[in-house]
Design a protein around this ligand. Structure first.
Ligand code: SAH
Ligand code: SF4
Length: 391
């Protein structure tokens, strides 16, 4: 099982004394939860069992009130309620697109807001979650990249996005819960705001919680983490999370990638590909998704398609072509449809799956790379009419 050792190291740094004020239990790993209960006064001998019970209430049954945890004594429940809270991000607004895509604006501590998008499809329902408020990287085609990083999300805020979406979908299971295939929220993609590998520990802990067999129970094969290419964290992602990996590739020469994805200046295409080559073996996963945004006249030629095929040779891969989603003031245009299809065709003939990602939720600015503009629009709307934007 990936990841167990470093989690233990992390919680050892937590003092056995509770901080002032109520502690949020959401986002603590199992080990941290146990430690926290001990610090509150739960006898050490009982702490593991109590942590397991509370864990199941929170993550398996979606309970938010200690009073409902009926397999704990009344006195213990009252004690818990005095010291702890079960808190999630607050939904500020919720929009539903004509195609069924739901976009939530969620408020987290400090008044910051992140966007979370739910995309229903015939065979799955995917939740796109955020890992940071803003992003430190400055990819030139991405609107999130024009917003400065405000802060990393905590593990609780990351797992909280999933829990809030499940609330909205009414998907806390009765006994005999539906299996993954029939769930409304069956997949998670870390493709919202932020670079998840620059917030590694919190993302890892949140995904460990989401994957836990006595909780939300999503398989690691139903979680895809997208990175712009933070090379030193890639092997660690394989070992400690073990989820599927997507990489924002977007160019076939260092010259172009330096401009589109500036982190390329630190870890160039060759270095990135070396790290990716090891990923399927380390994570025991099948293939890597290469994301490739189609920008007119920038990276969309036949020569680019052929170079891409050459570069990824030997890596089990799928190439996800993303028609560029425009945002106000964007310095690029979306490639023509015919160009995208011709590009896809070359890749397909070389033996790789090359789906073209249909933009979802464009009418509510929920598509890839549009997230910042959506936040700002909502913020403006609230300024004008504070009552209306709330749900
Ligand atoms: N920071 C991570 C994950 C978030 S971005 C990363 O860069 O991988 C999720 C995906 O949306 C990335 O592949 C990103 O390159 C892509 N994207 C960003 N802006 C876009 C836009 N305007 N149009 C289409 N895709 C975009
Ligand atoms: Fe950050 Fe990803 Fe946008 Fe680049 S594409 S600026 S890494 S969110």
């Amino acid at each position: 099982m990936p990841g167990t050792a470093p989690i233990t190291q992390d919680f050892l740094t937590i003092p056995r004394k509770l901080p002032e004020g109520p502690v949020n239990l959401v986002g603590l790993t199992r080990a941290q939860l146990r430690e926290t209960l001990i610090a509150q006064g739960t006898p050490e001998k009982q702490a593991k069992m109590r942590a397991g019970q509370i864990w199941q209430w929170i993550y398996q049954w979606g309970v938010r009130d200690f009073a409902e945890m009926t397999n704990l004594s009344k006195a213990y429940r009252a004690e818990l309620a005095k010291r702890f809270v079960i808190e999630m991000p607050q939904v500020v607004s919720r929009q539903v697109s004509a195609d069924g895509t739901r976009k939530y604006l969620m408020r987290i501590a400090g008044g910051h807001e992140v966007e979370v998008v739910y995309i229903p499809e015939a065979d799955r329902g995917t939740l796109c979650i955020s890992s940071q408020v803003g992003c430190t990287l400055t990819c030139s085609f991405c609107h999130t990249g024009t917003q400065k990083l405000v802060r990393n999300l905590t593990a609780g805020e990351i797992v909280g996005q999933v829990m809030v979406a499940r609330d909205d979908l009414g998907e806390w299971p009765e006994r005999g819960a539906p299996k993954n295939e029939t769930r409304l929220l069956s997949n998670i993609v870390l493709m919202g705001m932020g670079e998840p590998l620059y917030n590694f520990e919190n993302v890892r802990d949140a995904m460990q919680i989401v994957m836990d067999p006595e909780g939300i129970q999503l398989s690691r094969r139903r979680i895809t983490l997208s990175t712009s290419g933070v090379v030193p964290e890639i092997a660690r992602t394989a070992r400690e999370i073990g989820c599927l990996l997507a990489v924002s590739f977007h160019a076939t020469t260092d010259e172009v990638r330096d401009k589109l994805v500036p982190i390329n200046k630190k870890w160039n295409i060759e270095t990135l590909l070396d790290a990716l080559r090891d990923y399927p073996r380390l994570s025991n996963s099948e293939r890597i998704t290469f994301e490739y945004v189609m920008l007119k006249g920038v990276n969309d030629s036949d020569a680019d398609a052929r170079r891409l095929v050459q570069l990824i040779k030997g890596i089990p891969a799928k190439i996800n072509l993303i028609p560029f989603n425009e945002w106000p003031g964007a310095p690029y245009e979306r490639s023509d449809w015919g160009r995208i299809e011709a590009f896809a065709d070359i890749i397909h003939k070389a033996g790789y799956a090359s789906p073209i990602r249909t933009p979802r939720g464009e009418d509510i600015m929920a598509a890839c790379g549009q997230l910042k503009s959506a936040t700002e629009r909502a913020r403006n709307a609230r300024r004008e009419s504070p009552a209306e934007a709330r749900t």
